[in-house]
Write a protein that binds this ligand. Structure first.
Ligand code: EPZ
Length: 423
């Protein structure tokens, strides 16, 4: 098992390239199931979650070659086996995004319930409610979602809350449904707008993706596509937090500033200078960090996927900040590890009260989930002494060569073999 070793207190200077968006690539890979043709995806990040999705598509019967940043999904002539087994789905909850495409394309699907994960219960009731509204009959048997429909029919679906995955599953299902579907109270993340662009490239008629109300005119069949994935706003935000924590001056190539407005606003409030340079962004932090309160919210609010990274920054700010997590019920697991590094954080239900300290001290810490592991890397960058972040397989799900990208701008960071006996 790998670990990341960091020797902190080095400012960052140079250029970092932001890769393609994981949370756009995953649903778009699932959308390839809607067409038999050969599709090409570009600017795909080299991540464990991409490999897992490719393995799932292969299991379903599709030929796929992953040579990131390119992924080719081959033409299929054979019948796809519309079943996503627990062994694959449990590795990555987003596997549930094959449910809508399989049901729409093949009239049936058997997909393992994704189950919860470290950050929360992660139910999929909204996905199932929406698909039933489109005429699917759905049962849950032995931990599997068993769905069937001769032909999905367009309908109105009103989500109880903005759900990214629920909106994506319904978007893809409606694209092959008969007639018009209206989705109401949709999630508005940029990755959903991107999925809408791809479905339109496939011949669907999607209007309003990225807004709260989406109209879809279903088609009888859809074409393959060739598409370059948008840049990853959360990866970009993570590197902004790293520069904010250590100080320095870094150019983030292809940083999607327009998709990061709430995050950029908070970083600027904390004292970072963030300026657009063409399609890139320059991040500078010169003075002491100021404390800033944050409450996570669905897009265009402050993204929950940036909460842990922002907290790492606030642990060394000059005062008290209050971070409220409103999306997931258990997304403070980075806190005990940061406390071991000397951070002063008090948790009250879904609120973390952070008293900034002058300096963190390096320690051996344990990653628990993707964004928590990124926040511990940031804490290590700014801590005095050596930090070893263990279980970095969490990190590899969503960050491509993060240690190389940070070392290239001056961090003393390396991937090491974790020989310790603790699993
Ligand atoms: C997506 O997860 C992202 N994953 C998550 O990113 C992100 O944190 C999350 O959206 C919120 O922005 C991908 O895009 C692959 P939701 P998703 O459905 O779709 C509740 C990362 O770090 N809900 O928008 O699973 C749910 O419990 C990952 O990259 C229901 O109650 O999130 C949560 O409280 C972590 N019933 C809220 O909605 C449902 O049927 C938002 O969840 C669906 C969701």
């Amino acid at each position: 098992m790998d670990a990341i070793r960091i020797r902190g207190c080095r400012q960052l200077f140079g250029t970092i390239r932001v890769g393609g968006a994981k949370n756009a690539a995953l649903p778009i890979l699932c959308a390839t199931l809607l067409s038999d043709g050969a599709s090409r995806l570009r600017n795909v990040p080299g991540l464990r979650d991409i490999e897992t999705t490719a393995a799932l598509l292969r299991f379903l019967g599709r030929d796929i070659s992953v040579d990131t940043p390119e992924v080719l999904v081959g033409q299929t002539t054979q019948a796809v086996r519309p079943e996503a087994p627990y062994e694959l789905v449990r590795q990555m909850r987003a596997s549930v995004l094959v449910l809508g495409p399989l049901l729409a394309r093949y009239g049936r699907a058997k997909v393992s319930l994704p189950g919860g994960c470290a950050i929360g219960a992660r139910p999929v009731d909204q996905h199932l409610k929406g698909l039933e509204a489109l005429g699917a009959s759905i049962s849950v048997e032995h931990g599997y979602i068993v769905a069937q429909a001769n032909r999905l029919k367009g309908a109105e679906v009103v989500f109880d809350m903005p759900t990214v995955g629920g909106t994506e599953n319904l978007l893809m299902a409606a694209a092959l449904a008969k007639g018009r579907t209206t989705l109401v109270n949709c999630a508005r993340e940029p990755e959903i707008e991107e999925l809408g662009r791809v479905l339109n490239k496939m011949g669907a008629r999607v209007e309003g993706a990225g807004t709260a109300i989406i109209h879809i005119e279903g088609k009888d069949e859809l074409d393959p596509f060739d598409h370059a994935i948008i840049a990853d706003r959360i990866e970009a935000g993570t590197f902004m937090a790293a520069v904010g924590a250590t100080g320095g001056n870094v150019l983030l190539e292809h940083a999607p500033l327009d998709d990061l407005e709430p995050v950029v606003a908070k970083f600027r409030q904390a004292g970072l200078t963030i300026e657009r340079e063409g399609e890139h962004a320059r991040i500078v932090r010169a003075d002491r960090l100021k404390p800033v309160d944050v409450t996570t919210a669905p897009h265009p609010g402050f993204p929950t996927d940036m909460q842990a990274q922002f907290m790492a920054l606030m642990t060394v700010a000059s005062g008290r900040s209050v971070l409220s997590e409103t999306i997931f019920e258990n997304r403070f697991m980075h806190v005990p590890e940061m406390q071991r590094m000397g951070a002063r954080i008090e948790i009250r239900n879904n609120v973390a009260i952070v008293e900034g300290v002058k300096q963190l001290s390096g320690a051996s810490v344990m990653a628990t989930d993707l964004r928590a592991s990124a926040s511990l890397v940031i804490s290590g960058l700014v801590a005095e002494g050596e930090t070893v972040v263990r279980r970095v397989y969490h990190l590899d799900r969503g960050y491509e060569h993060i240690e190389t990208k940070l070392a290239d701008v001056g961090a003393d960071i390396a991937r090491i073999r974790d020989e310790s006996s603790i699993p």
